[in-house]
Design a protein around this ligand. Structure first.
Ligand SMILES: [Zn+2]
Length: 257
């Protein structure tokens, strides 16, 4: 996960560090045709959790996100370049929904739909800002609000909101297991270099959460050299056999029951 300067700016408008693609991941929206959401790429971590939850809420309550079925669709997130020098797309903290319907600078959205969106924004407790509120309207555009960034990452406020969403708040995200300090039987599979899929994603996000000082993995579900290197470091520091293989002891060391 690496940072950058974009058009001379170290941070985008909302205070987030400008980042490269490797600090980001794709959002998946349950029930949508995700092949047309392939450009919905956002900053990994609490930012991804909150923006994903927002995308899911919008898809369920406002309108489908996969309306435009061509190429990678018209729903966009992180971008390498932008017309606006301090755009929050450059830091992976903004999303555009159904861009074809809502051209930049125009107000085309029906009133009822706008009201529905306002209701949703209230549920997100000020963490999401809508581009319709700019003088130059951008009705497709949603971004993490000012105050959601701190240092190189998320503010405590955003982290806390992301944790609540992950534990079932608003019913948008599947609840993730709550780590327990008590050693117990492990239902997790053994993972090693070459493993892929949801369990690897879970492991990577758990490592990033538990060992933020040295685990800055891209949560891509691909157990490669970077993931193995973090696993070995965890094992070294936990006095376990340093083999890079995630079995019961290493899962426990990573805070998973
Ligand atoms: Zn935008």
């Amino acid at each position: 996960m690496t940072f950058r300067t974009a058009y001379g700016n170290a941070r985008s408008e909302n205070g987030w560090r400008m980042c490269n693609r490797d600090a980001c991941e794709r959002i998946y929206v349950p029930g949508a045709d995700n092949q047309f959401l392939a450009a919905m790429i956002v900053r990994s971590g609490p930012s991804e959790v909150v923006l994903r939850a927002w995308a899911i809420w919008y898809h369920r309550n406002v309108e489908r996100l996969d309306l435009f079925k061509s190429g990678v669709g018209d729903d966009w997130g992180w971008s390498a370049v932008n017309d606006v020098a301090n755009s929050n797309h450059l830091s992976g903290t903004a999303l555009d929904f159904n861009a074809v319907q809502y051209p930049w600078g125009q107000r085309t959205m029906p009133t009822g739909r706008k009201q529905k969106i306002r209701d949703g924004l209230n549920l997100f407790e000020g963490n999401i800002f809508w581009g319709a509120d700019w003088a130059r309207a951008d009705e497709m555009h949603y971004q993490l609000n000012g105050g959601t960034a701190s240092g190189d990452g998320a503010s405590e406020k955003l982290k806390a909101f992301a944790r609540r969403l992950e534990s079932g708040h608003l019913g948008l995200l599947a609840a993730s297991p709550v780590p327990t300090p008590t050693p117990g039987p492990v239902a997790r599979p053994t993972l090693r270099r070459g493993s892929t899929g949801g369990e690897v994603k879970y492991l990577q996000s758990q490592l990033n959460r538990m060992f933020a000082s040295y685990s800055k993995l891209t949560v891509d579900g691909d157990f490669g050299p970077a993931t193995e290197s973090v696993v070995r470091e965890v094992q070294r520091r936990s006095n376990l056999a340093v083999d890079g293989i995630v079995g019961p002891d290493t899962w426990r060391a990573a805070g998973v029951k």
